[in-house]
Design a protein around this ligand. Structure first.
Ligand code: AMP
Ligand code: TRP
Length: 338
């Protein structure tokens, strides 16, 4: 029998999960949970690389786990846990820090962009990709399904693993990124030149669609979506048509239709208003049942905490040997009691 493929991915609890997260990441995790072993981590240690209000961080962590479960991820098939519940993430990050040249981190585009928005840049923000590498390498991960924005982090993970293996002998498996063909970068509805992101939604609610947004708000955000002054409904990489292209991509990703079928679906549309309404309807059709499941699940006060508790215990057990192996390879003296 073929060995099970291990899938690892993470999501930051820095705001409500949005449609970009659902299309770019969660959908892929749902698609692999029957064939692969999915390990999904809500990365609170990554979140605090920029200031988070402590009460809000706790709230958003539980909300994120509730959304993952409500989306159909099955805790009997995958692990869903909070990163800080498994201290091995932090420990391996330190070990990997010591083989990672600082220049590799300074060159990361995400670091350059994020650090520009901060008054004071934390060391953690620069080190963010090393912690991400630790997340992935702890579990002998084969595949890392994410949106397009994470490609560089996964390449860096491979470089860090390669460097450790070169210096200390074969220790870490090199993971492969899995980026979806459709919907790897969902753009903001109010500005189709920037990626839909949690931080922008906090300031401008109509920038994106929160997974828990009510149908009226979803329709309103789509109706206000920025398009262009023309009337052609077409897939296009012309920057002028970025808004329409984004709407069609959302629709295509959610319905699984071909481009031809998507266009045929909107062939009778009278202008962009109909397009926006049709896309909003497809989004509501997916999100509404998920929201009902979410509310039911959250009404049971202990369900989420029970899942987290069980998953974290399994994750701690699973990564023990890889961490011990890395410690030994580095030449740490074993503690007789451990
Ligand atoms: P984050 O919200 O940055 O924690 O991202 C969690 C996951 O969602 C990662 O796999 C990201 O690549 C993916 N993701 C985030 N924003 C988008 C977006 N606008 N379009 C597609 N995927 C996204
Ligand atoms: N950096 C990822 C993001 O912002 C979150 C993340 C942390 C992650 N650790 C990971 C993604 C490991 C994939 C694998 O989306």
């Amino acid at each position: 029998m073929a060995a099970t493929t291990t899938v690892f991915s993470g999501i930051q609890p820095t705001g409500q999960l949005h449609l970009g997260n659902y299309i770019g990441a969660i959908r892929q995790w749902l698609g692999s949970q029957d064939e692969c072993f999915n390990i999904l981590c809500v990365v609170d240690l990554h979140a605090i690389t920029v200031y988070q209000d402590p009460d809000e961080l706790r709230r958003v962590c539980r909300e994120a786990v509730g959304i993952l479960l409500a989306s159909g991820l099955d805790p009997d098939k995958c692990l869903i846990y909070i990163q800080s519940h498994v201290p091995a993430h932090s420990e391996l990050a330190w070990l990997l820090n010591c083989v990672t040249p600082v220049g590799w981190l300074q060159r990361m585009t995400q670091y350059k962009e994020k650090s520009q928005t901060q008054d004071s840049v934390s060391t953690g923000l620069l080190d963010y990709p090393v912690l991400q590498a630790a997340d992935i390498l702890l579990f002998d991960t084969d595949l890392v399904p994410t949106g397009e924005d994470q490609r560089a982090h996964i390449e860096l993970t491979r470089d860090i693993a390669g460097r450790f293996n070169m210096l200390y002998g074969d220790t870490f498996k090199l993971p492969k990124p899995v980026i979806p063909k459709i919907g790897a970068k969902i753009m903001g509805l109010d500005d189709p030149t920037s990626k839909m992101s949690k931080s922008i939604i906090k300031e401008r609610p109509h920038h994106g669609i929160g997974v828990l947004d009510d149908p009226k708000k979803i329709l309103k955000s789509f109706k206000r979506a920025v398009t262009d002054s023309g009337s052609d409904i077409e897939f296009s990489d012309d920057p002028e048509k970025a808004g329409v292209n984004n709407l069609l991509t959302v629709y295509q990703a959610l319905t699984g239709k071909s481009q031809e079928d998507v266009l045929a679906n909107f062939a009778d549309a009278r202008g962009y208003g109909d397009l926006k309404g049709g896309v909003a309807e497809a989004v509501i059709e997916i999100l509404e049942p998920m929201q009902t499941r979410y509310r039911e699940m959250m009404a049971d006060g202990s369900y989420v905490d029970d899942v987290l508790h069980t998953s974290a215990a399994k994750a701690r057990e699973l990564c023990k040997d890889r961490l011990a192996d890395a410690r030994e390879k580095l030449g740490f003296l074993a503690d007789r009691t451990s």
